[in-house]
Design a protein. Structure first.
Length: 317
């Protein structure tokens, strides 16, 4: 199906390299826009090209500083709407506040719902994100949402490695569904770790379910921030896993505490996606970054052409 509205790719300031890679994969120029941070900390955005009646895709993961990048994105949506863009498609590889999707205790804000409401209210026509923490977040929107996953990107990488009896490990009960899909994709067995969260920063492994002895663990998760999952790895080795543990974790938030824990001898490699920019000061010899740009480019091409998203979503069923 053809689309009469020109496809335009723009990028906010959060991850311009990803925007450039997506535009290159689509064989299209990256649109010109300017983000200026004013002395009083306000943000000013300007779309530097005509976009009237165009289908705009704005690339902006809302990583650290989360609130600045989210506000910048909202301002760009407003700018494109006022410039009479036909559709404003928001590509947020890393969705902000995704881990605050419910009331775990009384009197808490449901922050993920608030973000969804803001995006929709400002004029977003569609939202695309990757490996969101809670799938139910999709229900916070009344506009189309495309919930992509980096699973296929990770699967291609791990198929290229010669691992001894690999097994997929879910780091907690909440990740079981995600990890089981990844295990099915690679045709590997699944092991479940059951943890108890003591605080925002501290977790305790209380049980490991499944055959791990003599196997190479691949822990699959959506976000690595402070690295609490790294503290669980010793428990796998203690019950007989091979001391060569791999981690496949989509979003590399990578707070400073991660890097000291990465030095543990039984951690072989941390494999992440480039949904968030990884600056040079966060690079580590054990860190491997895979690109999701080709997948996002294909998603954009399919949406713009009115084609089915099924090939990109079939492994999520």
């Amino acid at each position: 199906m053809s689309n009469l509205h020109p496809l335009r790719i723009f990028s906010g300031s959060a991850h311009p390299e990803l925007g450039e890679a997506i535009a290159k994969a689509l064989n299209r120029p990256l649109g010109h826009c300017t983000t200026t941070r004013l002395p009083d900390s306000e943000i000013h955005v300007m779309v530097d090209e005509l976009v009237r009646d165009d289908d705009v895709y704005i690339i902006q993961p809302c990583s650290e500083p989360v609130n600045d990048h989210l506000m910048e994105l909202l301002l760009y949506i407003d700018a494109f709407r006022r410039a009479s863009a036909h559709d404003i498609n928001v590509v947020i590889p890393y969705f902000p506040y995704a881990r605050q999707e419910r009331m775990a205790r009384g009197r808490e804000a449901i922050s993920a719902r608030m973000v969804a409401t803001m995006l929709e209210t400002m004029g977003a026509s569609r939202v695309i994100y990757i490996d969101i923490h809670a799938e139910a977040t999709q229900g916070f929107f009344s506009i189309p949402v495309d919930p992509l996953s980096a699973m296929m990107v990770f699967a291609r990488y791990f198929r290229s490695l010669d691992l001894v009896d690999p097994v997929i490990v879910a780091p907690d009960v909440g990740r079981t569904k995600l990890a089981s899909r990844f295990a099915r994709l690679l045709n590997l067995p699944l092991v479940l770790m059951h943890k108890r969260r003591m605080s925002f920063h501290q977790v305790e492994t209380v049980a490991i379910v499944g055959d791990i002895e003599g196997r190479t663990p691949i822990i699959f998760d959506d976000v690595i921030a402070g690295g609490s999952v790294l503290t669980q790895i010793e428990g796998l080795v203690d019950v007989g896993a091979r001391p060569e543990v791999y981690l496949a974790i989509t979003h590399p938030v990578l707070l400073p505490s991660v890097f000291k824990r990465l030095d543990a001898p039984h951690i072989k490699q941390l494999v992440v996606a480039n949904t968030i920019t990884v600056p040079i000061e966060k690079r580590h010899p054990k860190l491997k970054v895979l690109s999701v740009a080709p997948m996002l480019a294909e998603a954009i091409e399919r949406i713009h052409g009115g084609e089915s998203m099924g090939p990109l979503l079939q492994h999520l069923g």
